[in-house]
Design a binder for this molecule. Structure first.
Ligand code: NDP
Length: 352
């Protein structure tokens, strides 16, 4: 039976949680998606990103997303069995046509080729086209940094965010992610929406019956609001006013026009079935730092040099490095498992 994945307010049921191991998280996501018509390959790739998100306590991209993936199938253009196609466009550019499937499998297909090209050429780009993308971006840049590469990733979404000074949505929440490799420890990674909050955070506030912090959104009349439903019906705000608006604009151009794909407002206009899944491109850059060092210098000196910056930051009380919260969480969840709302568990089991 297909449960309704709309963002209804859950009241006292939210107080009940259940604990799952990470293996159970993966199996639950994979079984639910396959039962709803996803191929084993598409479901497996999505389940892997969902499991990473639960492992790192990024709840807005964990099992909470399963109903969004299922709802994406409301759009008859979606192909839940698509087999992404990899091609080489130039010495340092690869493309994956996701063929109307979902981004996780397209990334699995393209990242090894991107990493190879970056190691050979010093810098390489991956253009993913024709993909539904409702995932976080840190898994891809983290994977590249674990191989010694510096990486950046960008994607558009649907039109949710008003440009600075405006009141109507034009931009997506348009995340960008960055990673830097480190010796014998997880990479430095940040991954942030260019809006004041990710849309998933607003959906979680709605689900849990919480008001939003001020500055996240305006209602349909353009007035500031802390009501999550009014925010979803109105427009989200860019972070930092015109500065976040400029980042969102850059992401539109990089993940849209630059790689021949859709802007967020075009994705929204295509979504005539209201599936809510953004459709378009993702742009990923990978850089081999060893090939950018000055002649005669220590070819790995950039790693120790970067550590001096991180140490200088961390000398100050109250600081931490981006990514450290996730890495700390994964130390705990590997043995303790993760907690999810019982209601969410029941919803997902109804798919099977
Ligand atoms: P957050 O604001 O929660 O975090 C952004 C970044 O800042 C993270 O890397 C986080 O690290 C870091 N950070 C947070 N607090 C601190 C601190 N005190 N000191 C140093 N660093 C800090 O993320 P967003 O809400 O902006 O985005 C959430 C997710 O939503 C992202 O993964 C993004 O990719 C995804 N998203 C996906 C979209 C899509 O269409 N596919 C659209 C929009 C967003 P840490 O993780 O360690 O907390």
């Amino acid at each position: 039976m297909i449960a309704n994945p709309s963002y209804t307010r859950l009241t006292n049921t939210m107080s009940k949680n259940i604990t799952l191991t990470l293996t159970q998280v993966h199996d639950l996501a994979q079984s639910a998606l396959q039962a709803q018509g996803f191929s084993a390959a598409q479901a497996g790739a999505i389940a892997a990103t969902i499991t990473k998100a639960e492992r790192d306590e990024c709840k807005s991209h964990g099992l909470f997303r399963v109903p969004f993936y299922v709802k994406a199938l409301a759009n008859p253009e979606t192909d839940a069995s698509a087999q992404p196609q990899l091609s080489s466009l130039a010495g340092s550019v690869v493309r994956v046509d996701a063929k109307h499937g979902f981004c996780p499998l397209a990334l699995q297909t393209g990242l090894p080729a991107l990493a190879d090209k970056a190691r050979e050429q010093g810098i390489a780009a991956l253009a993913i086209n024709n993909a539904y993308n409702i995932a976080a971006l840190w898994p891809e840049v983290e994977e590249l940094a674990e191989q010694g590469l510096v990486a950046m990733a960008f994607t558009c979404a649907n039109a949710y965010v008003a440009p600075a000074g405006g009141t109507k949505p034009v931009f997506g929440t348009n995340p960008m992610a960055f990673s830097w490799p480190r010796h014998n420890r997880p990479p430095l990674v940040f991954d942030q929406a260019s809006s004041a909050s990710a849309r998933g955070e607003i959906q979680l506030h709605l689900r849990d019956g919480h008001q939003l912090p001020e500055g996240w959104a305006i209602d349909a009349e353009g007035n500031p609001t802390t009501d999550p439903q009014a925010a979803l019906d109105g427009a989200q705000l860019p972070f930092g006013g015109y500065k976040g608006s400029a980042i969102a604009l850059m992401v539109e151009l990089l993940a849209g026009a630059l790689i021949g794909d859709l802007f967020s407002f075009e994705s929204s206009e295509r979504d005539i079935h209201g599936s809510g899944a953004p459709f378009g491109g993702e742009f990923v850059l990978a850089i081999n730092p060893a090939q950018l060092q000055q002649p005669g210098s220590d070819q790995e000196g950039y790693l120790s040099h970067a550590e001096t910056l991180f140490e200088r930051i961390l000398q100050q009380e109250g600081t931490r490095l981006p990514g450290d919260r996730r890495f700390a969480a994964r130390q705990v969840t590997a043995s303790r498992g993760v907690e999810i709302p019982q209601q969410l568990h029941e919803t997902i089991q109804e798919y099977i």
